[in-house]
Design a protein around this ligand. Structure first.
Ligand SMILES: [Zn+2]
Length: 215
């Protein structure tokens, strides 16, 4: 599957269409849109009373996955070439793809890395044994550990966009930087609330995180 390249081709063709929205019949908890709209995201990410934590995390991860797919696929991909980004990076930080089973590190361009990452996440989301869509089906015992791995890797896409492509986001004709900041702020507050990402992973974007989360 080559989801992101398909999206990129669409966005650079004469007949521009919005990228396909990733859909999954995930169980949908009640989301307080009013709180989200008011900007109080720190409270909005908290687990509501009576809500199942795994369902809450699953719902948000699917949403973050869609947001990052849109941000990278529609805005960044045309600029993220093998020449501009021969490795997945956030400035001096280099990221290599590690396969779980064989624990082998593979060097690839940033666009290949992101494509592989998004395919890996979409396959996990589609896996009923990991992200069950039926109410009476339990989550696996290692669900939160899997989510932590997803969050850790999705963070790298934000890091690559912020560090290596921010000039492509800063187009005065678009409002992409504000959109990126809103998406990333929500993502990082959620990851912190449920301790889904180690502190040392955050280092490349620590200043941005401090700025976006100080209120
Ligand atoms: Zn790139």
């Amino acid at each position: 599957m080559d989801r992101l390249r398909r999206v990129g081709r669409k966005m650079t063709s004469k007949h521009r269409k919005p990228p396909p929205i990733y859909e999954h019949p995930i169980r949908t908890p009640v989301v307080n849109d009013q709180t989200l709209g008011s900007g109080n995201l720190r409270m909005a990410v908290m687990l509501p009373v009576g809500e199942n934590e795994n369902e809450w995390i699953a719902y948000h991860l699917v949403d973050f996955f869609k947001q990052i797919t849109m941000l990278y696929g529609s805005t960044i991909l045309p600029y993220c070439t093998d020449e501009s980004c021969p490795t997945m990076s956030a400035g001096q930080n280099k990221y290599f793809w590690a396969e779980f089973i064989i624990l082998d590190y593979v060097i690839m361009s940033a666009s290949e890395y992101v494509d592989k990452l998004m395919t890996w996440v979409s396959e996990l989301i589609d896996d009923e044994s990991v992200f069950p869509s039926l109410l009476n089906k339990p989550f696996s015992a290692n669900f939160k550990a899997i989510c932590s791995d997803i969050v850790r890797r999705l963070f790298r896409v934000y890091a690559h966009i912020y560090i290596d492509h921010i000039h492509h986001i800063r187009n005065p004709m678009l409002d992409e930087e504000a959109h990126l900041n809103t998406s990333f702020r929500h993502f990082i507050l959620f990851a912190q609330e449920f301790q889904l990402i180690p502190m040392n992973e955050l280092a490349p974007l620590q200043k941005i995180i401090d700025r976006l989360t100080k209120h």
